[in-house]
Write a protein that binds this ligand. Structure first.
Ligand SMILES: Cc1cc2nc3c(=O)[nH]c(=O)nc-3n(C[C@H](O)[C@H](O)[C@H](O)COP(=O)(O)OP(=O)(O)OC[C@H]3O[C@@H](n4cnc5c(N)ncnc54)[C@H](O)[C@@H]3O)c2cc1C
Length: 507
């Protein structure tokens, strides 16, 4: 789903950080043994996407296996990690790739004994509706030359900017490996990159890139195309969300053999979490021996029910009125969550590409597996990719453009019949999913809270800084640590300042 015009090796400084951070994760102390307070009896997680399943895993890592974990899921395990089946083969329809520097995701894949899916090479291009402004070739040096020829030093400046942001962001893995948690998203960001990171959630990516010398032309052509393909939004998205996305668009990307959602089901199986297939409707506050107790009310085909918990983690969007979770007996009441989520429509089309639409009358000569688009009047889709199934054998070859292939088209609205006809000469099937893909980044200014009440946490706050599988996993680790440290009154491990110095001097 992300463009890869040139694939340089990962920058050396990132690699160094990676080694240090992974080292930190491996030597993580067992927190399960460290707490003084009696462990909680029951914990509820609402949502079984990557956020919910990874928080279940981390909560168990910290509190130990004796704690009962109930995970509520109203639809299917995986959430926005999902597949559709075409001709007996399955394809990713939601979250498609993660990056090799996504350390939590990499760790999950390793722990669960899953495999990286084999990458099948394919070239990308950027289309304006009339012509291609940038076309990838098979030659790395030629790609670099083309970028330089069209856009001067902008590509290099972008790389340096992204690298600087990522180097700071990756501090989170060391902080988390040392057991530190944050009770506000602003605090987390500030500890990584100072006020600059907090400001990056308020100013646009275009502003930040212009400031470091990236040209408007490069932004309009390349940055715009990457943002449209992934967030479905423009270069006005906040700089932090933009930087995280652009980092993921470069270098080594992976998907899980058999489907990314295997990470969610695998983590839930590993923790032996009790999956309750029900929609949570209300969370109400009670107390027991001076401690809060949360009653989770739910509905499923057997009717309504409820259970009591010491700790509750909400691992879904609360801005989405469809989820409709209400909060009762809280004083002060839990405020409404303003803002909206952005809709992206994914159409998985099995058919013959109409290469003439792109200026290639002979389909055999159409060289691209991935087409991104700039913002232009009349352009009705954001991106389209000739996709590979979730299981790839060693002999698998990507379908040629003259053959019937499976294409994933992202658009703002469901494609009309005549729009499908423009992109495809003919097609066998179209499967449409309407996703609430990520926050509409212009819709609110302030970041939502992580702590809704003493032991009631909101994981998807993180999406308002940036949205991806890894961001959900980072948020999950933070919430698990926060819940654990608060339960054990370990204030030294929450919202600490000068953490870079502290983790350097800690064993
Ligand atoms: C089309 C698309 C492409 C993407 N591409 C990428 C990519 O290439 N790389 C990447 O890193 N990210 C990508 N993403 C983003 C990534 O998929 C998400 O950021 C991530 O999966 C979010 O996980 P989550 O667990 O936080 O939320 P979700 O996956 O949304 O999980 C929330 C779960 O909660 C359940 N739920 C909601 N309300 C209730 C309730 N009241 N009671 C019980 N259960 C409830 C839902 O059914 C859902 O299963 C993409 C997303 C989409 C849609």
């Amino acid at each position: 789903m992300m463009a890869e015009f040139a694939q340089p090796p990962p920058p050396a400084r990132w690699l160094l950080f990676l080694t240090v951070a992974v080292g930190g994760m491996r030597t993580e102390p067992s927190f399960a043994a460290a707490g003084d307070a009696a462990p909680p009896g029951k914990i509820a997680v609402v949502g079984a996407g990557i956020g919910g399943s990874s928080v279940a895993y981390f909560l168990q890592q910290h509190f130990g296996p004796q704690v009962q974990l109930d995970v509520y899921e109203k639809a299917v395990v995986g959430g926005r990690l999902a597949t559709v089946t075409v001709n007996k083969q399955s394809y990713e329809s939601g979250g498609a790739f993660f990056h090799s520097l996504n350390l939590h995701m990499e760790d999950f894949v390793q722990q669960l004994g899953l495999k990286h899916r084999r990458e099948v090479a394919g070239k990308s291009a950027i289309f304006t509706g009339e012509q291609f402004v940038l076309e990838e070739t098979d030659w790395y040096l030629l790609n670099l030359f083309r970028l330089w020829w069209h856009y001067g030093m902008s590509f290099l400046r972008l790389q340096m900017w992204v690298e600087e942001v990522m180097e700071k962001f990756m501090r989170i893995y060391r902080y988390q490996a040392h057991g530190y948690a944050f009770s506000h998203l602003e605090e987390l960001l500030r500890s990584l990159g100072g006020d600059t990171f907090v400001n990056m959630t308020q100013r646009s990516v275009v502003e930040s890139l212009l400031e470091v010398g990236v040209t408007q032309r490069f932004i309009d052509d390349v940055i715009m195309a990457i943002l449209r393909a992934n967030y479905g939004q423009s270069v006005l998205v906040p700089a932090f969300a933009g930087a995280m996305l652009l980092a993921g668009a470069q270098g080594n990307r992976w998907a899980v053999e058999g489907g990314n959602k295997l990470v969610c089901s695998g983590l839930l199986k590993l923790t032996k979490a009790n999956i309750i297939h029900a929609r949570v409707t209300t969370i109400s506050l009670h107390s027991s021996e001076g401690k809060p107790l949360y009653q989770v009310h739910y509905e499923n085909e057997d009717g309504p029910g409820s259970n009591f918990y010491d700790i509750v983690v909400i691992a879904t969007q609360l801005h989405d009125s469809k989820n409709n979770i209400t909060f009762q007996n809280f004083d002060p009441p839990i405020a409404e969550f303003p803002g909206t989520f952005h809709t992206t429509v994914t159409s998985i089309v099995h058919g013959y590409l109409n290469s003439s639409y792109f200026g290639f009358p002979d389909p055999k000569l159409f060289p691209f597996a991935s087409v991104l688009t700039t913002e232009a009047p009349g352009l009705f889709f954001n991106s389209m990719d000739n996709i590979c199934p979730i299981n790839i054998s060693n002999t698998f070859k990507r379908k040629q453009p003259q053959e019937a292939a499976v294409w994933r088209v992202h658009s703002q609205h469901p494609l009309e019949k005549q729009e499908l006809k423009m992109l495809f000469r003919s097609y066998y099937s179209v499967q449409v999913t309407e996703w609430q893909v990520c926050p509409d980044y212009g819709s609110v200014k302030n970041l939502p809270p992580i702590i809704l009440h003493d032991s009631l946490f909101y994981l998807n706050t993180m999406e308002w800084a940036a949205s991806s599988m890894e961001m959900s996993a980072v948020a999950a680790k933070n919430v698990a640590l926060l819940a654990y440290n608060r339960w054990n009154h370990d204030v030294e491990k929450i919202d600490q300042k000068d953490l870079m110095h502290k983790v350097k001097t800690e064993l």
